[in-house]
Design a protein around this ligand. Structure first.
Ligand code: TMP
Length: 235
């Protein structure tokens, strides 16, 4: 599908218009950032790997009845998706303690949580994506109460499905971030991407990190980790 004008450029992707007003192209870059853009780098071939990983996961979720913005992946770095207005909320689902949860609660990483933790963040880079709750969503009109209820329901279902998907591939789904969007006709869709940039994925046997924490924490073998996730996700 032909890319027309650039509509938006984010840290890891560029969105282009297409001839179809209902579709856009997500172009996956190799750029990697962490700590709200403070740390910048390149993960070689990340664009291609993340497009393939996210496409495989969106296809799996669609097969299981989750409505996503995914349409097709016509080239290595391009994903055709339904055009949506992104709801300015980042949903984080956590199954195992890590990252900011470990910091906030003063616990070590790697503890299995007895209940999944559902968190909301206000998607605003200039503010560093602060944590919010449903009252902030309502008071600041980030989305309707109905949409928030639906987002929560779907996030828990996606978590269940993705835990099964990754566990069958020898990977523990520690936590991940989701974004949702609404089409012009008001349909709520799972959007953005599902990749090692926004998921913590640990080798179930060795505990080895296979996600962007390798870049954030300078652990080395970043490309190799993404390649391994790609191999497992597409096998
Ligand atoms: P956190 O522990 O830093 O809050 O991250 C939780 C999960 O969300 C982790 O899998 C990485 C993902 N994430 C993003 O995708 N974007 C972000 O801006 C942040 C802070 C986290």
């Amino acid at each position: 599908m032909k890319k027309l004008e650039k509509l938006y450029e984010g840290k890891a992707k560029i969105i282009y218009a297409t001839e179809d007003p209902e579709l856009v192209v997500q172009y996956f870059k190799d750029d990697a950032t962490a700590f709200n853009g403070e740390k910048k780098g390149i993960i070689r071939n990340k664009g291609e790997m993340n497009n393939a990983i996210s496409s495989a996961i969106f296809r799996f979720l669609e097969d299981k009845g989750i409505k996503t913005h995914f349409v097709s992946a016509p080239s290595e770095r391009e994903m055709v998706v339904r055009k949506v207005d992104i709801v300015p909320i980042e949903v984080v689902m956590r199954n195992v303690t890590a990252g900011s949860l470990s910091k906030r609660m003063g616990v070590e990483e790697g503890m299995l949580l007895p209940k999944t933790v559902f968190e909301l963040y206000y998607k605003d880079d200039s503010l560093g994506d602060p944590m919010i709750n449903g009252y902030h969503v309502a008071a600041f009109g980030l989305c309707s109460a109905e949409d928030l209820a639906e987002i929560k329901k779907r996030a828990f279902r996606v978590n269940e499905l993705m835990q099964e998907f990754f566990s069958a591939r020898g990977i523990t789904l520690v936590d991940f971030k989701l974004e949702f969007g609404k089409t012009a006709d008001g349909t709520l869709l799972l959007a953005d991407e599902i990749t090692p940039d926004g998921c913590r994925l640990w080798n179930s046997e060795t505990g080895e990190k296979m996600d962007k924490d390798r870049f954030r924490r300078d652990l080395g073998s970043v490309e190799e980790a993404y390649e391994e996730v790609l191999r497992k996700v597409t096998s």
